[in-house]
Ligand binder design. Structure first.
Ligand code: FES
Length: 112
């Protein structure tokens, strides 16, 4: 089973599991500030669930690519939308600051 390292926790999940659901069901802080209330609940339209992922995951689908191509996100940034991402191997997840998780300061990582 793949392992997901996030916010200092190690979580095992099924191959192909949705990363947002894995983190949500294990008490990981998915969103920053007000985006905890104002978000699309995983349909892929808001972009507030953006994280940096190291490890094997599904290719970015059109919903992931489309929203991250619009400000304040940038297609140049190595972020993914966790609600549109399937876990395909061991992964480390890092969350950055900002309403959309688009900032430059780490909020939490695989270690803390
Ligand atoms: S929760 Fe809105 S895009 Fe992922």
């Amino acid at each position: 089973m793949p392992k997901v390292l996030a916010q200092g926790k190690t979580i095992e999940c099924d191959m192909g599991a949705n990363l947002r659901k894995v983190l949500l069901s294990n008490g990981i802080d998915l969103y920053n500030g007000g985006s905890n209330v104002i978000n699309c609940r995983g349909i892929g339209s808001c972009g507030t669930c953006a994280v940096e992922i190291e490890g094997l995951v599904s290719q970015a689908n059109w919903r992931d690519q489309a929203r991250r191509s619009l400000p304040p996100h940038s297609p140049e940034r190595n972020l993914r939308k966790k609600c549109q991402t399937k876990v395909l191997g061991d992964v480390k997840v890092t969350k950055y600051d900002g309403f959309w998780g688009h900032g430059s300061q780490i909020v939490w990582s695989s270690l803390l």
